[in-house]
Design a protein around this ligand. Structure first.
Ligand code: ZN
Length: 141
């Protein structure tokens, strides 16, 4: 009798709408209303634009967007390194994503409203079962 293989450590997204396919790039998943086409981040029960409660289509959101607004955070919860850049990024599908901006010093001179940004993922910690926990952020292109 063959032995069962050891349980494999996997990658787990920190939020359910971050998808980590076995092949291809990680992406954010959204829902698109079948009636009016409004698109939302993550899963949704109803459309707040047309109030349709029909099932929505899952859509793969773009990994590129524009920096809508940002704030440089100097004080945070214990254990969270500061300063960091908290931001809202607009995706071409009409979806706004709250996220952090990586890849630049947290200084307003490095950031411009409307600048193009791209999603990146990184391992932020290991969970109790030894799986990698993956988070997403955006960086200037
Ligand atoms: Zn709708």
């Amino acid at each position: 009798m063959a032995e069962a293989p050891a349980a494999e450590k996997t990658q787990r997204p920190i939020v359910p709408f971050l998808k980590l396919p076995a092949t291809g790039n990680p992406y954010l998943q959204g829902s698109r209303c079948k009636k009016c086409g409004a698109t939302y981040l993550g899963a949704r029960m109803a459309c707040s634009k047309c109030f349709s409660t029909d099932a929505m289509d899952d859509v793969q959101l773009s990994d590129k967007g524009e920096l809508h607004v940002f704030s440089i955070v100097h004080q945070s919860a214990p254990g969270v390194p500061t300063p960091y850049i908290a931001a809202i990024v607009d995706l071409p599908e009409g979806v706004s994503v709250r996220c952090n901006i990586q890849g630049v010093e947290p200084d307003p001179k490095n950031l411009k409203f409307g600048m193009p940004v791209q999603m990146v993922t990184e391992k932020i910690r290991t969970d109790r079962e030894g799986n990698d926990v993956i988070a997403f952020s955006f960086k200037p292109i």
